[in-house]
Design a protein around this ligand. Structure first.
Ligand code: TYD
Length: 220
């Protein structure tokens, strides 16, 4: 069955800051292109002009946890309506650097914000007839989530001095312990999660990613 029959493939990359997920996007994209698929690459918060403006606010301006959650979901709404939904409808592979798992991990587990409220916002934002063919009334979710798992202490050492930290990167390691626990908890419950051991040399991480895609029969 081709991806266009399957109505596209929605893949997200997740992990704490410093886990190195973004550095594998090129290779994942190349693997899907080599297999003959159209690929679009995008990120959250962001992916649309409005979403990118909201990203700047979220990463730079102090705000409370509800405001932060509303802004990431507002950006997400534009993103699913304008970019992700249309791409899936034409059978493309959507490679997205972070999605709603990040909201549950960062705003929920990290900030301690009410996950019940996050679930309600998720229902508002990710349900709708136009989001994915055949999915009316159901939640738009990734088909596969590559979760780059790395001990928070190792991630902190990697980030130290790398660049000017944003509002999240400047959080103490305890914050990232909670975020990491939030990801682990979601990974336990959802089979769409593929754990990647990110505490390995770069090539070894890349090999795990590509073999996970092959094992799930997404690439040859
Ligand atoms: P990130 O994806 O790590 O990009 P970069 O590599 O450019 O730093 O940065 C996005 C930050 O936003 C990251 O710290 C996690 C945070 N974030 C949330 O807190 N909630 C969300 O819902 C999303 C998508 C991201």
């Amino acid at each position: 069955m081709s991806l266009s029959d399957m109505k596209g493939l929605f893949i997200t990359l997740e992990g704490i800051d410093g886990a190195g997920k973004s550095s594998h996007l090129d290779e994942i994209e190349a693997a899907f292109r080599a297999a003959g698929h159209r690929v679009i690459r995008t990120r959250e918060p962001g992916g649309t002009p409005l979403g990118e403006s909201l990203r700047t606010l979220v990463l730079e301006q102090p705000m409370d946890a509800l405001t932060e959650s509303l802004l990431v979901f507002a950006a997400r709404r534009e993103h699913v309506r304008q970019v992700i939904g249309p791409a899936l409808a034409q059978g493309d592979v959507v490679l997205c650097d972070r999605f709603t798992d990040a909201t549950f991990a960062y705003q929920g587990a990290g900030r301690g914000f009410d996950v019940g409220v996050l679930s309600i916002l998720e229902q508002w934002v990710q349900v709708g007839p136009a989001l994915r063919p055949g999915l009316a009334g159901e939640l738009l979710q990734p088909d596969l989530t590559l979760w780059f798992d790395l001990p928070p202490e190792v991630a902190a050492a990697r980030l130290a001095g790398a660049r000017l930290p944003d509002r999240f990167e400047s959080q103490p390691v305890d914050f990232f312990r909670r975020v990491a626990a939030g990801y682990a908890e979601r990974a336990r419950r959802a089979p769409r999660f593929e754990r990647i051991d990110a505490d390995r040399p770069r090539e070894a991480v890349r090999d795990q990613v590509l073999s996970a895609l092959a094992r799930r029969k997404l690439i040859p």
